[in-house]
Design a protein around this ligand. Sequence first.
Ligand code: BES
Ligand code: ZN
Length: 455
Amino acid sequence: MEKVLNHIKSNFDSYVNELFDYLKIESISTLDSKKDDMQKCALYLQQKLKDAGMKKTKIFKTKGHSIVYGENLSQKGKPTVLIYGHYDVQPVDPIELWKSPPFKPEVRDGKIYARGANDNKGQNFIHLKTVEAFNKINGELPLNIKFILEGEEEIGSDNLYPFLKEQKELLKCDAVLISDTSMYAAGIPTISYGLRGLTYMELEVIGPNRDLHSGSFGGSVANPINELARIISKLQDENGKIKIPGFYDAVIKATKNEKENIKTLNFSDKKYAKDLGVKELFGEKGYSTLERLWSRPTLDCNGIIGGFTEKGAKTVLPSKASAKISMRLVPNQEPEKIAKLFEKYVKSIAPKNVHVKVTSLHGGFPVVIPIENEVMKIAADAVAKAFKKKAVFTREGGSIPIVVEFAKQLNAPVVLMGFGLDSDDIHSPNEHFRIENLQKGLLSSAYFLNDFANK
Ligand code: BES
Ligand code: ZN
């Protein structure tokens, strides 16, 4: 093990350069124009899996983007870890806000800047390299490894769900290891034990059959933007409570232990507000910020479309307007049920003078993972050794919908060992990943694989 760690340490710089090649591939899953780049990325990963010592690799074509698989199961009698990651990234807009081009990775101030540097290429690259290190130094792995790298996480993992169901035998394992979450704060090793779920809706308000002159017609027909705004304003009250009837029915409250844990983390609302440039925070009354982020559901308007949005003024009463609305869910809320409740409520408050169309775009179940499991302790010890500090347990506000399916279909515990920071600007311009976290992540991964093998 000592040799493996030394090998990793002496290769820190070359790893950064190698990661650059991965980051240069423009694998934006949601854009049709990037289909070839997606496939290029899948092929790139297949080669990386071979380099890492996977004896068998395969690219599974799907209706959407490919799933890349690799395995080395030579360690008879040893446990099997399934490592999951995603090679697809989010779009780059608004491109003009990037200080360096999103697909021309660059190091500034100890951070790698590129789309996907954190989410999720930088993070899944870590495990490719530790596995490779074991293989190079020892000629074998400490345990059995399977990799599954998908290209559709950012668009809802539609094709991974059926794949998991069909390939239960192929993916059978003793634990799933995922690095696609954040650390509590810089320098604080973190294991996450929960993710929120998601229901994503589109709401369209349709008024007159064409755009109208707002002078000639204003005052005679309902304005879809005004009506849309009225509907949105009725979704949540001024205390941050969501007004959809039945919305909170299935919510499981944070336990006493969780609240105690939150207290020990000494979260500072003041610092958080300052970092975000807001005068004060807002959220559901009666809960602390971390409680709201981790164990309470939310509703947010993600985008609103309608009318004249160019520079200057145009007097127009638009014929339609729409909004994209997401709800983050917590156990035991169910995405489809929430979508139905949303639609029913919106229809009930929609005025008769416009036509309202509600569409569900995608969703995912929330998850909470029991921290008592032995593998969670091994993971916490591994990151603690790498960061030389005691690990903390957190829940995440974000979602990785496939995690529940791993737990359900494979009946294996999932370890969320994230090395990102909430300040890394994922999904945003100037996404970055700290080189220090890449390095400590490599050590964490090595400790984990070694310790889980010898448990
Ligand atoms: N890596 C994120 C999830 C995440 C973000 C976890 C922040 C913890 C902290 C993942 O790639 C992601 O963005 N997920 C989407 C899921 C959605 C598209 C179904 C999300 O949370 O919006
Ligand atoms: Zn993401």
